[in-house]
Ligand binder design. Structure first.
Ligand code: FAD
Length: 500
C-alpha cells in the first residue's frame, strides 16, 4: 500500500452515530469498497461496516478484471496501477478450438487483466480511506429496521457477540456477499439453485508454460482452466464429473494435476501450490435490489458460476451505478425517484450475467452426445459468426451493456461512452472528479459549468463532432442532442444535474 491509508485507525475509534445524510455500506468486499470510495469522494458521510478483522485476505477468488471494470477503475485513476501489477491477456482459448480475441474490443482496455482479487481490494480500500470513508472492522450487522426517513442498523462485535449498538443512516447498502444479512433483514428471498459442485482451485507454478493465453478445455468428464497471474503463478480451476465431495474435504495437488491432465491433455508440471481450495457455486438473484431505503449490490444481489469471471466485475458495476445516484439525492440535486433507476438498470444486467455464466459452465460440463455436439457446433459458430461473437464478448467484458432510455430520447442515451478524446485530454480523466461531463462541439459557446461546478465538468470534443453529450458520472449517456442550442442544454442540465 502507498500513501497514508490506515483503515485500522478508524476501527479503534468508532464513528459517531450517523445522521440523515449518511450512508452505511455493509461489507468491505470489492463492491462495498468501491461504493464507499465513490460516496466519500462525493462528500457523503459514509461508514463501511465489516465483520472481518482488518486484513485483506490472500484468498484470491476472482482473478479476471474485464474491460468495462477497467474503464470504471480508469475513471477513478486506479487502472494503470492495477495493470502494472497484473498480467493483461488479449486472447482466451476455449474448448480447444475457439480463440476469443479481445484485442479488437472498442475500448482502451482491449484485454482482460488477470490479477488476484485482493490486489483490487487493496487499491479500492486505499482510495476509500483517502477519500474519508469511515471503516468499522470486526463489526457485524445483525439487524436492520426502517422507519420514515431513516434506517437503523444493529451491529455487534465479531461473530455477533457483545452488546448491540445502533447506527442510523439515510440509506444502507448491503454489499455483504452471498449470505447477506441485509437481504434477509429486509425480507428478500434469494431464489435459485446450485449450479456446480466440487470445483477445485489452485494457484501453482508450472514447469511448462501454456503460453500467454487463458487456456480452458473440457474433455469427457473433466474441464480445466488455466490463467497466468504474471507473478510466476497460474490459477487452475478444474472439475471432474462424479467427484462430488464437500468443500471442506482436503485437497491435494495430485487431484488438481489429474483433472488438468484429463481436461487439457497434460498437467504442465504444476507444483508449489500457494493456495488450494474447493468450492461450489449457486445461481441466484434477489427479485428486487431495493426495499425502501436499503439497497443490495454485488454478491448480496446476485451470484452465479465463476465461468466468464463476471462476479466481482458485476458487483463493481453495481457500485458504480448506485454511488453517484445516492450522492445526487443526498446532495439535494436529484429527485429520490432517481434511485429507482438502480434496480431498473442493474437487475436486467444481473439476470443476463446469470444466463451467460450459466451457459458457459453448462457447456463445459456437457455430458451427453447431443450436448457435446451442441458445444462443438456452438464453438464453431462463435468462431465464425462475428456479430454473435461480438455480442457474447460484449456481455462477458461488460462493454456491451446499455441502459434503457426514455421514449423519443436521442439514440445515444443509455449507452456507454468509451474513453473519447477531448480537447483537454480524455473522458476517463475528466470523469475522475465524480461529476457529470458535458461534451460540447468545439464551435459551441458552452465553456464553463456555471454554478454547477461541484457537479459538472464542461469539455469539448477533440474532433469536429457536432453532438452535445452529457455523460453521467458512471460513464453512460444521460442526454444527447445533435446541434443543441443553449436553452436545450440548460434544460437537460437542470433535469439531469440539478438546478444551478
Ligand atoms: C473461486 C471463485 C472464483 C471467482 N472468480 C471470479 C473472477 O474471475 N471474476 C469475477 O469477477 N468474479 C469471480 N468470483 C466471484 C467474486 O469473488 C465475487 O463475486 C466477489 O467477491 C463479490 O464481491 P462482493 O463485494 O459483492 O462480496 P464479498 O466479496 O463476498 O464481500 C462481502 C463482505 O461482507 C462481509 N459481511 C458479510 N456479512 C456481514 C455482516 N452481517 N456484517 C458485516 N460484514 C459482513 C464479508 O465479511 C465480506 O468481507 C469468483 C468467486 C469464486 C468463489
Amino acid at each position: 500500500m502507498t500513501g497514508t491509508a490506515d483503515p485500522t485507525r478508524t476501527t479503534s475509534t468508532p464513528s459517531p452515530t450517523t445522521g440523515l445524510r449518511d450512508v452505511i455500506v455493509v461489507g468491505a468486499g470489492p463492491t462495498g469498497l468501491l461504493l464507499a470510495g465513490d460516496l466519500a469522494a462525493a462528500g457523503v458521510p459514509v461508514t463501511l461496516v465489516e465483520k472481518r478483522p482488518h486484513r485483506i485476505s490472500n484468498l484470491s477468488r476472482a482473478f479476471a478484471v474485464h474491460a468495462r471494470t477497467l474503464e470504471q477503475l480508469d475513471a477513478r485513476g486506479l487502472a494503470d496501477e492495477l495493470e502494472a501489477r497484473g498480467q493483461t491477456l488479449d486472447r482466451i482459448r476455449l474448448f480447444g478450438r475457439l480463440t476469443v480475441r479481445l484485442d479488437t474490443l472498442p475500448s482502451r482496455f482491449n484485454h482482460v487483466l488477470v490479477i488476484p482479487q485482493y490486489e483490487v481490494e487493496k487499491v479500492l480500500e486505499r482510495r476509500a480511506v483517502e477519500a474519508g470513508a469511515r471503516f468499522r472492522y470486526e463489526t457485524e450487522v445483525t439487524d436492520i429496521r426502517q422507519s420514515g426517513d431513516t434506517v437503523t442498523v444493529e451491529v455487534r462485535g465479531p461473530r455477533g457477540e457483545g452488546e448491540p449498538e445502533e447506527l442510523t443512516a439515510a440509506y444502507v447498502v448491503g454489499a455483504d456477499g452471498h449470505r447477506s444479512t441485509v437481504r434477509e433483514a429486509i425480507g428478500l428471498p434469494f431464489p435459485g439453485r446450485s449450479v456446480i459442485r466440487s470445483v477445485v482451485l489452485a494457484d501453482v507454478r508450472l514447469d511448462e508454460e501454456p503460453g500467454t493465453l487463458l487456456t480452458g478445455g473440457a474433455v469427457g468428464d473433466a474441464f480445466a482452466f488455466l490463467a497466468p497471474f504474471g507473478d510466476g503463478y497460474h490459477r487452475v480451476v478444474g472439475w471432474l464429473r462424479g467427484r462430488d465431495v464437500p468443500d471442506s474435504e482436503p485437497l491435494e495437488l495430485d487431484e488438481v494435476r489429474e483433472i488438468t491432465r484429463l481436461a487439457l491433455g497434460r498437467d504442465y508440471g504444476m507444483r508449489d501450490a500457494r493456495w488450494m481450495s474447493r468450492f461450489h457455486s449457486d445461481e441466484r438473484q434477489a427479485p428486487a435490489y431495493r426495499v425502501g431505503r436499503v439497497f443490495l449490490a454485488g454478491d448480496a444481489a446476485h451470484v452465479h458460476s465463476p465461468a466468464g469471471g463476471q462476479g466481482m466485475n458485476t458487483g463493481l458495476q453495481d457500485a458504480a451505478n448506485l454511488g453517484w445516484k445516492l450522492a445526487a439525492v443526498l446532495g439535494g440535486h436529484a429527485d429520490p425517484a432517481l434511485l429507482d433507476t438502480y434496480q431498473a438498470e442493474r437487475h436486467p444486467v444481473g439476470r443476463s450475467v446469470l444466463r451467460s455464466s450459466g451457459g458457459i459452465v453448462r457447456l463445459a460440463m456437457a455430458k451427453y452426445p447431443w450436448t457435446l455436439a451442441f458445444r462443438s457446433a456452438l464453438t464453431t459458430f462463435l468462431d465464425r459468426v462475428g456479430p454473435v461473437r461480438t455480442r457474447v464478448i460484449g456481455q462477458v467484458t461488460g462493454i456491451g451493456y446499455t441502459y434503457g432510455a426514455p421514449r423519443g430520447a436521442h439514440r445515444l442515451v443509455g449507452t456507454r461512452v468509451p474513453d473519447v478524446a477531448l480537447r483537454s485530454g480524455r473522458l476517463h480523466e475528466a470523469l475522475r472528479g465524480g461529476r457529470f461531463v458535458l461534451i460540447a462541439p468545439g464551435s459551441s459557446r458552452l465553456h464553463t459549468a456555471g454554478d454547477r461546478t461541484d457537479r459538472l465538468t464542461v469539455e469539448q470534443w477533440a474532433s469536429d463532432r457536432r453532438t452535445t453529450v452529457l455523460v453521467r458520472p458512471d460513464g453512460y449517456v444521460a442526454w444527447a442532442a445533435d446541434d443543441a442550442d443553449g436553452p436545450a442544454v440548460e434544460a437537460a442540465l437542470t433535469a439531469a444535474v440539478g438546478a444551478p
